[in-house]
Design a protein around this ligand. Sequence first.
Ligand SMILES: [Zn+2]
Length: 252
Amino acid sequence: MTGAVPDPLPGWLTAARRVTALTGAGVSTDSGIPDFRGPQGVWTRDPEAEKLSTLSWYVADPGVRRRAWQERLHHPAWSATPNAGHAALVELQRQRRLRALLTQNIDGLHQRAGSDPALVLELHGTVHEVACLSCGERTPMRAALDRVGAGEPDPACERCGGILKSATISFGQALDAAVVDAAVAAATDCDAFLAVGTSLTVHPAAGLVDLAAAHGARVVVVNAEPTPYDTVADLVVREPIATALPRLLAAG
Ligand SMILES: [Zn+2]
């Protein structure tokens, strides 16, 4: 089925007691966070911007780091507020049906909406923390931005002098193995797997759909554009996320 949220909802969906959700940029665009990869994405319109998120450029070029810190000062995540899509996933948790919330988003809006941080797995890291590329120490982003604001254009690690970067996964940087392991466990141990607002073209996120389906989960895709997994899905919804998700995740 493709298109609108079915009414009534399929019985397998309302009966699902362990739902694993995977969210992508589409969940946060209604909160004013731009999609970096999509057809209107920041990187699509300004390939230079992609350098800021590429590890080799970031390490090699102090100019790239200074630009990256200026971008972080003005990141839309600082002023964004969660939307009805985030709230629908909090409601799923309140119904005790949420197995895990995997997200490709780095904005922390799921936690701010009220999702239990213990259930949120941030596959691409978080912009709310800074990580030292040498010693690995993690510190709050706010403190680093205060240093930038006070005149340090490229603040170094206060412990070891290493290069600091937002605790997000840049191109050329490995994902956190523990996070990926937990995501795989959640994909293989659910009744229903919801992919929301993601183009399902970036691994390992995309492969999680295969895993879930192979382990017997029903698959729901909610995305404005077609995805490579629409043919695998039991239900494909093209309605806007903020209006579709609250109805899809209503208690049965
Ligand atoms: Zn360090």
